[in-house]
Design a protein around this ligand. Structure first.
Ligand code: AMP
Ligand code: MN
Ligand code: MN
Ligand code: MN
Length: 278
């Protein structure tokens, strides 16, 4: 039996590819009954200060977080850092490097899209990202708005992915480097959405064991759109590898109504909740 949780440890704001500003996100969390929220924007901590101010007004417990892009075994993996020190120089320097990689990739994506007749994609996408981190989600917005694709799902099947127009691979920091940034900032590293990487069970086990060896502490057991069977699968990994369990919706916007901020079932019994690690 699962119950409604009042904790959500994975969500995005306009500091990366979320639709809501940090304050609007906090307000929505409060409206949805969330008591503890982590803001985990892609490769940036720039939304945290605003989120903390809003959280203090609403008496919400806001956990400083980040979602870091890492390269492992030729794949991009996302590692969420929770309860980080937002003043950590190591982490701040890492985000500067990551955003430089993102900017360079975005320019290359723009050039590749030009080759298939889609012009000014970088310039327009950069505008959509405003002052935030530029992501493929922003490219998807541009491509849909300009009639090149029907939906975001359509974009991620026909563009921006391996062997499709606009794909650019990035040498993100390694798994060990990424975990080290988080640990140095006093945070807890968590493997984000473990079932979304199209990995075999053998590969996923290898990832979890290397992650743990490098100082990682947790794995997302309950995520935005997974079902009971998927929760059970990851629960078994968490037990086998003795890693703590995290819970997070990965909320971005209202376009995916099946992913709601804070509408999550609780962490299964018998697991160590990730907050016991901070
Ligand atoms: P990036 O980190 O810039 O490579 O962009 C990754 C982001 O694109 C993810 O965090 C999602 O927000 C979005 N994204 C990736 N794959 C998909 C997909 N299949 N459908 C919808 N959005 C996706
Ligand atoms: Mn995203
Ligand atoms: Mn992610
Ligand atoms: Mn995310």
């Amino acid at each position: 039996m699962s119950y409604q949780s009042n904790i959500d440890l994975h969500a995005h704001s306009t500091a990366s590819d979320g639709e809501l500003s940090p304050s609007e996100l906090v307000a929505l969390a409060v409206k949805n009954g969330v008591e503890t929220l982590a803001l985990t924007d892609h490769d940036t901590i720039s939304g945290l200060a605003e989120a903390q101010i809003a959280a203090a007004k609403h008496k919400l417990n806001l956990i400083n977080g980040i979602e870091l892009s890492t390269r492992w075994d030729n794949k991009t993996i996302h590692i969420v850092g929770l309860n980080i020190d937002a003043n950590s120089k190591t982490l701040l320097d890492a985000t500067i490097h990551l955003n430089k990689l993102r900017e360079e990739r975005a320019i290359k994506i723009g050039k590749k899209l030009e080759k298939v007749g889609i012009n000014n994609a970088y310039e327009n996408t950069r505008k959509l990202a405003k002052n935030g981190t530029v992501t493929r989600q922003h490219f998807a917005q541009f491509l849909v708005a300009n009639g090149h694709a029907k939906s975001h799902a359509d974009v991620f099947s026909r563009f921006l992915v391996n062997n499709k127009p606009g794909y650019v691979s990035v040498e993100w920091p390694t798994l060990a480097e990424t975990i080290n940034y988080i640990n140095t900032a006093g945070g807890v590293a968590v493997i984000a959405h473990p079932l979304r990487y199209n990995m075999t069970a053998t590969k996923l086990r290898k990832l979890i064991s290397e992650f743990k060896y490098s100082g990682g502490k947790g794995i997302e057991v309950v995520t935005g759109n997974n079902n009971q069977e998927e929760i059970t699968t990851v629960t078994n990994y968490a037990k086998k590898y003795d890693v703590a369990a995290s819970i997070g919706s990965d909320y971005h916007n209202s376009n995916t109504p099946w992913v709601k901020l804070g509408r999550l079932s609780t962490i299964p019994q018998g697991l160590t909740p990730v907050w016991e690690k901070w």
